[in-house]
Design a protein around this ligand. Structure first.
Ligand code: ZN
Length: 148
C-alpha cells in the first residue's frame, strides 16, 4: 500500500494512522474514501511541493537555542543586593555565582558583571566600614584623649 500525505505530499507506505512527518490525520481521509468507494482507482496524488524538506514540518517552529544564564542573572541580582541591601553576603554570593557563571553560562557577560558588582560591593562596604571605624575612633580619641 503506497499513498501520499494529502497535507504535505510525503510518501507513506503501509497503514499509517497519521503522517509521520506533519502529523496529518490519514485515517479520516482514507477511511471515508476506501469504505465508500472500495472499487475506485488509486486516490488522486497531490503534487509534491517544490521543497518537501521544508514542507514536511509545517507545524514545527524552530526556536533559537535557549540561553542559560541563570548563574549570571542571580550573580547580577546579588551584586546589586550586595551594594545596597545585603553587604558582604550579597557580594560574596555574587562573586561565587559570577565565577560559576563565567564557566557554565552561555554568555559570560552577565556573570562577569555580577562578579565585578560583587567585588565593587565588597570594596565599598570594606572602605565604608574603615571610614566609619576611623571616624568613631577619632570621636572617642577626641573625647577621651589628646587628638592625634
Ligand atoms: Zn504529511
Amino acid at each position: 500500500m503506497l499513498n501520499f500525505c494529502p497535507n504535505c505530499g510525503i510518501k507513506i507506505e503501509g497503514e499509517w494512522h497519521a503522517c509521520p512527518y506533519c502529523g496529518h490525520n490519514l485515517q479520516s481521509e482514507w477511511g471515508t474514501q476506501s469504505s465508500q468507494q472500495p472499487s475506485s482507482p488509486t486516490p488522486p496524488v497531490p503534487p509534491l511541493p517544490p521543497y518537501p524538506q521544508q514542507a514536511a514540518q509545517p507545524t514545527t517552529i524552530i526556536y533559537p537555542p535557549k540561553q542559560n544564564n541563570t548563574n549570571g542573572i542571580i550573580a547580577l541580582v546579588f551584586g546589586f543586593l550586595g551594594l545596597f541591601i545585603l553587604p558582604f553576603i550579597g557580594s560574596i554570593v555574587a562573586i561565587i555565582l559570577g565565577s560559576i557563571g563565567r564557566k557554565k553560562d552561555d554568555s559570560p557577560e552577565m556573570a562577569t558583571g555580577g562578579l565585578v558588582l560583587g567585588i565593587i560591593g565588597l570594596l565599598c562596604w570594606a572602605i565604608g566600614i574603615v571610614f566609619i571605624v576611623s571616624f568613631i575612633m577619632s570621636i572617642f580619641s577626641g573625647m577621651y584623649g589628646p587628638p592625634f
